[in-house]
Design a binder for this molecule. Structure first.
Ligand code: SF4
Length: 460
C-alpha cells in the first residue's frame, strides 16, 4: 500500500525528524546490519561522514549526538530524554561509545567528518558509516539518506523504510483519492482507514491513532509547564508556560473568542518542546510538529463533532490529514533540505486544513479544496533557521500556519468544493518550486534570516 498514516505520525525526539530522528534510525540500521552479520565484536573503529545539509546544520539539529546514540543501539521511539543527556555526558567524558551496547570503540562528537559543501546526488541529507577492523579492513559500509519525516533510505535499498507498494484501493494523487471516495461513497478518512486495514485491524488503527494524540497532548502539556531558555546560543526564551498561565486565567470557560490564542499556544508549546529535544510526534516532520496538534486542539474544543466524540474526531482528523500527507510524500517531498519549508510547514498546514475540513462536515472535494488552499499560500516558503537551530523562524511559523490551516478549512466549507487550482497541481508546483530554490534556502543556514540576523553560535 501507499504511505501509511503511521509513517507520517511517529513518536520520536526533537529537534528535527530529518536531522535527528532519521540519523539515529540510520545509525541503528547500521548497527543492526553489523549484528546480523556477526561483526560487532570485530569492529575497532567507526568512521562517520556527513554530507550536505546534515553537515551544514547538523550541529544545531542534534544530528551528531543522535548518531552516537543510534550506534549504541538507542531508538528515537523509545529513548528517554533524560537518559539521552546522561549517556551523552558519559560519551563526552570517556571519548568512547558502546557499539550495539557492547563493543567499546573510541568515537566522540569531534571525530565526525563534516562535508557541508559536498551534496550527494540522491539527496542533500546524506551520511556514510564505515566499520573498520583492527587491521583497517572495511568490514561494512553503507550510505544513508534521511529524506524527511524520519524516513531513511539507503544506496543499496532505495525504498528503505518507505512502503510504496500499490494495492487495491490505494491512491497516489488527489484525483485518484476523489475518484475512490465518489465511486465507493466514502469520506477521505474512510478511504484512508480502508488502506490502513490492509495492514492491521481497525481496532488497532484506532488505538494507535489515539496513542499518537495522547503523545501530542503530553508534549504540549510539557511545553506549557517549562520555562527558561531553549538550548543553543540564540537565547530564545520559552513563552508557552507564561502564555498558558495568563490565558487559562483569562478564559476559565474556554470562551470560543480565545480559540486563536489557544491554537497559537499549543503550536508554541509543542515546538518549544521540540527545540529542546523533547519527546515529539513527527507530523509530518519535527520542525512542523506543532501545526497538527494545534489544529486538532481546535477541532476537539471548538467544533460540535469534537465536543460530542473526541476519540472519533481524533481518528477521523488524523486519518484525513494522513491521506493528504501521503500525497506530498508520494508526489513531492516533506524534506526542508530538498524543497524548503514549504515541504515541512506547508505540508503540515495542508494536512491540518484537510483534517479540519472533514471534521467540520466537509465533503471530500471540500477537504481537497482546504488542503489546496493551505499549500497554495505556503508556496515558496524557504528554510533558513538562524544558527541552524529549529527555533527561529520555526516556532512562530507553526502558530501562524496553524491559523492558516483553520482559515483554509473554513474558506473551503463556504464553497461547494469546486475550485480552479487542484491539490495535485499545487503539490506539483511545490515540488518544482523546491527544485528551483537555491540551496541557500534549503536547511543549510546559508541564506535568509540565517545570514541576515547575526548570532555567534557555538553549538553543543
Ligand atoms: S524553517 Fe521550516 S523547514 Fe526549516 S528547520 Fe524550520 S520548520 Fe523546518
Amino acid at each position: 500500500m501507499a504511505v501509511s498514516v503511521f509513517d507520517l505520525f511517529s513518536v520520536g525526539i526533537g529537534p528535527s525528524s530529518s536531522h535527528t530522528v532519521g540519523p539515529m534510525r540510520a545509525a541503528g540500521m547500521f548497527v543492526d546490519e553489523l549484528v546480523g552479520r556477526d561483526m560487532v565484536d570485530h569492529v575497532a573503529e567507526v568512521r562517520v561522514d556527513l554530507f550536505g545539509s546534515l553537515a551544514a546544520t547538523g550541529a544545531g539539529h542534534g544530528t551528531i549526538p543522535a548518531i552516537l546514540l543510534g550506534l549504541e543501539g538507542y531508538r528515537p521511539e523509545t529513548i528517554e530524554t533524560d537518559e539521552m543527556e546522561q549517556r551523552l555526558a558519559t560519551i563526552r567524558a570517556d571519548g568512547k561509545i558502546l557499539l550495539a551496547g557492547r563493543t567499546v570503540i573510541a568515537l566522540t562528537e569531534s571525530d565526525m567528518h563534516l562535508q557541508p559543501g559536498r551534496r550527494l546526488d540522491q539527496h542533500p541529507n546524506a551520511m556514510t558509516l564505515t566499520a573498520f577492523s583492527a587491521h583497517d579492513d572495511v568490514l561494512y559500509r553503507e550510505t544513508y539518506f534521511s529524506v524527511g519525516g524520519g524516513f531513511v533510505v539507503t544506496e543499496t535499498s532505495p525504498a528503505g523504510n518507505e512502503a510504496t507498494a500499490r494495492t487495491e484501493g490505494s491512491f497516489r494523487s488527489a484525483a485518484e483519492l476523489l475518484a475512490l471516495t465518489e465511486r465507493d461513497g466514502l469520506s477521505v478518512s474512510q478511504a484512508m482507514m480502508r488502506q490502513e486495514c490492509m495492514r492491521r485491524s481497525e481496532t488497532e488503527v484506532r488505538e494507535r491513532l489515539l496513542h499518537i494524540r495522547d503523545v501530542m497532548i503530553a508534549c504540549q502539556d510539557n511545553g506549557m509547564s517549562r520555562d527558561g531558555y531553549l538550548p543553543g546560543n540564540l537565547q530564545v526564551r520559552r513563552r508557552a508556560k507564561d502564555w498558558f498561565v495568563r490565558l487559562d486565567a483569562e478564559d476559565p470557560q474556554r470562551d470560543p473568542a480565545f480559540a486563536e490564542d489557544w491554537v497559537n499556544l499549543v503550536a508554541l508549546a509543542v515546538n518549544e518542546e521540540n527545540a529542546s529535544g523533547g519527546r515529539i510526534v513527527t507530523a509530518p516532520t519535527n520542525g512542523a510538529a506543532g501545526i497538527i496538534p494545534a489544529v486538532l486542539h481546535y477541532a476537539l474544543r471548538y467544533t460540535s463533532a469534537g465536543r460530542a466524540d473526541p476519540d472519533d474526531t481524533t481518528v477521523r482528523f488524523l486519518l484525513t490529514a494522513g491521506a493528504i500527507g501521503s500525497l506530498y510524500k508520494e508526489r513531492a517531498s516533506i524534506s526542508g533540505a530538498e524543497v524548503g519549508c514549504q515541504g515541512e510547514v506547508g505540508s503540515a498546514a495542508s494536512m491540518a486544513a484537510g483534517g479540519l475540513a472533514e471534521i467540520l462536515g466537509g465533503t471530500p472535494r471540500q477537504v481537497e479544496n482546504a488542503a489546496e488552499i493551505a499549500m497554495e499560500h505556503s508556496l515558496g516558503l524557504t528554510c533558513d533557521p538562524i544558527g541552524g537551530l529549529v527555533q527561529i523562524p520555526c516556532i512562530e511559523r507553526n502558530a501562524i500556519s496553524a491559523g492558516k490551516a483553520i482559515n483554509a478549512a473554513r474558506m473551503a466549507l463556504r464553497g461547494d468544493g469546486t475550485h480552479r487550482v487542484s491539490l495535485d497541481q499545487v503539490i506539483e508546483t511545490m515540488r518544482a518550486t523546491g527544485m528551483d530554490m537555491s540551496a541557500k534556502y534549503k536547511e543549510t543556514s546559508t541564506g535568509g534570516l540565517a545570514v541576515n540576523v547575526s548570532v555567534n553560535v557555538v553549538e553543543c
